[in-house]
Design a protein around this ligand. Structure first.
Ligand SMILES: Nc1ccn([C@@H]2O[C@H](COP(=O)(O)O)[C@@H](O)[C@H]2O)c(=O)n1
Ligand SMILES: C[C@@]1(CO)OP(=O)(O)OP(=O)(O)OC[C@H]1O
Length: 168
């Protein structure tokens, strides 16, 4: 019996940077000459977080829950998807302990927008801002990220379940 179940999950996403799209990361629209291409609003940070949550709960991945072949998700606000993911994780019996993420973007400078991202994520997950961390890195001008052809995000999530008994 494990009375205190701790689960970790990891998530990753990458979307191409193209002209004519808004740049949305962590639910914040960031002024830039290019934005991320995707079926939804292509918020790579929220997609990585969503996958980290599903992974920690053993619930598969974002594409299983919100298929990119489903017109219902065309242009979707990824904050809505993140909120629904958090609800499904809670329905599986877990509380969200903390989340941490890194956005790899050669440009633009994300630091001025990080607090807004953290506030959005905390609100969508229903947890305190102290339990959410977002970091930004360039790719030191290397590769497709360094050439500003894409933005990548990586995330981890910790889930907790306190109960008298578990499946094990
Ligand atoms: N798009 C970005 C990338 C980085 N930052 C901030 O700069 C710091 C240094 O980044 P390096 O990739 O050069 O190590 C990083 O810790 C961030 O605070 C940023 O704001 N936006
Ligand atoms: C979010 C979904 C669904 O609209 O589409 P995209 O915006 O293309 O994002 P991606 O991270 O490629 O995969 C998840 C998809 O199911």
């Amino acid at each position: 019996m494990i009375p205190f179940d701790v689960r970790v999950g990891q998530g990753y996403d990458v979307h191409a940077l193209v002209a004519g799209r808004p740049l949305i990361l962590g639910g914040v629209t960031i002024p830039h000459d290019k934005g991320l291409l995707g079926h939804s609003d292509a918020d790579a940070l929220l997609h990585a977080l969503t996958d980290a949550l599903f992974g920690a709960a053993g619930l598969g991945d974002i594409g299983r829950h919100f298929p990119d072949t489903d017109p219902a998700f065309a242009g979707a606000d990824s904050r809505v998807l993140l909120r629904e993911a958090a609800a499904r994780v809670r329905a599986a019996g877990y509380a969200i302990g903390n989340v941490d993420a890194t956005v790899i973007a050669q440009a633009p400078k994300l630091a001025p927008h990080v607090n807004g991202m953290v506030e959005n994520i905390a609100q969508d997950l229903g947890i305190a801002v102290e339990r959410v961390n977002v970091k930004a890195k360039t790719n030191e001008k290397l590769g497709y990220l360094g050439r500003q052809e894409a933005i990548e995000a990586q995330a981890v999530a910790l889930l907790l379940r306190c109960e008298g008994e578990s499946k094990d």
